[in-house]
Design a protein around this ligand. Structure first.
Ligand SMILES: Nc1ncnc2c1ncn2[C@@H]1O[C@H](COP(=O)(O)OP(=O)(O)OP(=O)(O)O)[C@@H](O)[C@H]1O
Ligand SMILES: [Mg+2]
Length: 354
């Protein structure tokens, strides 16, 4: 068990990371992650949000060494895991776990929950059989599953219980970092909050670092310290979770947020919804210039031809939009009660009052 996270140390350092699939010569290259940079401090919960296909899972799998970068890199602390031999990487990877949406994938239907939870330690060969069982019971207890559940088979427990057992399984290897990929997406809304609270509790108890991936802004905002917003393989905005979600500085984040009525503070612009126009572009032929320009309510000519550079607009707040300064100015004017257009040129056609 770690329990010794220090916010002064970086758990992950991601530098200009690219992950591609397919073949450029055959015209089938997909740049699923296309030049992404950020760092995650030890003990931090770093949220990643974006629509389906934006590259979140690809990023998550690369962060734990399951996919190899096609450019740039990822450091685990100050270690480059991609310089390891396969055997060394497998040994190292026990400290970098991923928990995914579908707990069924982690469980063999012919094995009891106890056997499945013990399995990661059986594979690495740690401890005696009795020690592994004892640890499995302890981890099941930490995720609030009774010992009685241990002897059941996967089909004999609920989806929520299965996801808890899945977390217990990941904890068996004393990880430092867990990538949580849509871990509550398959669960009933009524138990999502319980599960998020369990994740938060375990993070504190074990001194874990999380990368928390979700397409659901409410989920990410509930649990994260900082949030990165992904669109088509790129991070368009990242910063402190409450700041990014309360006052977005990228039109895409603004649109995601406006589609979530529950998290818009009462009395704010709750009636102003931004309806994204245009089709989601093809992954093989992404738009030129800013990838969001085909759907952006603030689109102007420059967006078609020039990729916006990511820059730090406010301390810790990084944005890649040609008109981020303009959005910031609008927000400041609004907070001072000076009004402002509320949206850039071209926005009126795509905004709708609901
Ligand atoms: N193994 C693969 N081979 C080819 N293409 C892939 C592979 N994995 C992902 N992709 C493609 O990479 C892009 C990003 O996929 P990814 O699964 O990372 O998105 P995501 O943001 O996790 O989406 P979702 O929210 O639906 O889970 C998609 O266009 C997807 O089709
Ligand atoms: Mg995914």
């Amino acid at each position: 068990m770690s329990g010794s996270a220090s916010p002064d140390r970086m758990a992950l350092q991601v530098d200009d990371l690219h992950v591609s699939f397919g073949n450029a010569r055959r015209g089938s290259l997909i740049r699923a992650v296309d030049g992404v940079s950020f760092s995650v401090r030890e003990g931090e919960i770093f949220g990643v949000i974006g629509e389906s296909g934006s590259g979140k899972s690809t990023l998550g799998r690369c962060l734990v060494g399951l996919l190899t970068p096609s450019g740039g890199g990822v450091l685990h602390g100050d270690i480059d895991p991609f310089k390891f031999s396969r055997r060394e990487l497998n040994r190292h990877r026990r400290k970098y776990q991923i928990v995914s949406q579908d707990p069924n994938a982690a469980f063999d239907p012919r094995m009891t929950i106890l056997q499945s939870v013990c399995e990661p330690l059986n594979i690495v060969g740690d401890g005696t059989k009795a020690e592994r069982r004892e640890k499995a019971f302890e981890m099941l207890d930490r995720v609030a599953l009774s010992p009685e559940m241990a002897n059941r088979y996967p089909h004999e427990i609920s989806g929520g219980q299965k996801q808890r057992a899945n977390i217990a399984r990941a904890l068996m290897l004393d990880p430092n970092v867990i990538v949580c990929d849509e871990v509550v997406a398959a669960l009933d809304v009524s138990i999502q909050a319980d599960m998020l609270n369990l994740f938060a509790r375990l993070q504190e108890q074990f001194g874990l670092t999380y990368v928390f991936i979700s397409h659901d802004l409410r989920v990410v905002s509930h649990i994260s310290d900082r949030v990165a917003v992904m669109y088509f393989g790129k991070i368009v905005e990242f910063g402190p979770a409450h700041a990014v979600i309360d006052t977005p500085l990228h039109p895409y984040t603004e649109a995601l947020r406006s589609a979530e009525p529950e998290i818009i503070p009462a009395g704010a612009d709750a009636r102003r919804r931004i309806i994204l126009q245009g089709e989601i572009p093809s992954a093989i032929a992404p738009p030129s210039g800013c990838r969001f320009h085909t759907r952006c309510p603030r689109m102007r000519d420059i967006c078609r031809t020039q990729q916006p550079q990511q820059r730090e607009l406010l301390p810790g707040r990084h944005v890649a939009c040609h008109f981020a300064e303009e959005m910031l100015d609008e927000r400041e004017r609004r907070s001072l009660g000076l009004g402002g257009s509320g949206a850039g040129q071209g926005a009126s056609a795509t905004e709708a009052l609901t």
